[in-house]
Design a protein around this ligand. Sequence first.
Ligand code: LMR
Length: 395
Amino acid sequence: MFEALKTLPQDPILQLMQTFREDTRPDKVDLGIGVYKDDAGKTPIMAAVHEAERHLLERETTKSYVGPAGSAGFNSAMAELIMGSDSPLIRDGRTSVVQTPGGCGALRMAAEFLRLCEPDTRVWVSTPTWANHLPLLGGAGLTIREYPYLNPETLQVDFAAMLETLEGAEAGDVVLLHGCCHNPSGADLSLEQWQEVTSLIQRKGLLPFVDMAYQGLGEGLNADAAGLRHLANAVPEMLIAASCSKNFGLYRERTGALALISATATINSAATSQLLSVIRSHYSMPPNHGAAIVETILGDQGMRAQWQDELNGMCERILYLRHAFAHALAPVGDFSFIAHQRGMFSFLGISPEQVNRLRKEHGVYMLESSRVNVAGLNDRVLPQVAAAIQDVMSK
Ligand code: LMR
């Protein structure tokens, strides 16, 4: 049965990560995969995470099953982190949160759940969007439609084109939005634009689905969730996929959450039972360790304060690097948009050929689309990267 199978190319982001690891040049620079790096170019374990792990090692009493929803403590802490601790959606029982294996697990379970609700569900995704959105959602059987999001010339949000296309969506269609730190462009909607999208979604009866993978890395935990919260408070139903990979640095622990908002508590309880059945038939239950870390941190005043400090430090460092990068590239052209965008990513707007030359001739790695992970920069490599970009853009 297997002999007819053809070898598939690796996912481009993961392939680039591997090529970088195999590159023996000591001065190589990784601006590829979306992983935060500190000044020394390392992806450290956050001190609050270390502390929580010590705590767990001493106090954990069982490795028995957690159940398809995961830990209730983690789920309620995540609900407050995403929606705000005073959210009426939590108070009124209109929201349930389940623990998932990473943000990817949340995206896929949401897609499977949507297909269960309506087998012909169409989901509108931004052009461009994170490449893995397409197999995660399409693989569950949803029909993918695209709405223009980024103007390729200006590398800014083309809001008019986005609205115009979404006007063509039909009641019941799903719209996938990036909560903050748009991946791959770094170009976010302003709060006013979130308000306009909310009105359109209400008017047309669309179902919003928000991917919140970078909360806390744009402008701060609450500021990054402002658009999402506005939307959530205005619509009867919504789905939110959240990830703890970046803001807790738990990448390999696969820690995420899926929030389901319904019109009433009664509807929510029935819908959640269906979602739990979907989960049971896929992976049965989520892994525990990462979620236990998050629950421990968010439930302890001291660890929580330490984590917020560290996260704020990461956020500020990215903002600093965005300004420093735009400044370092000023002799090459106007890259000031990098300073105004948010989160880990921005496009440089250079050709795939120039991207290849950066990798081959200068050891500077980025996605072929010219998406750079700004969080992979530091003061030491910045001049080298800027000079390399200048070199490939001048020839
Ligand atoms: C990225 O976009 O680089 C990250 O979200 C990592 C991944 O899994 O693709």
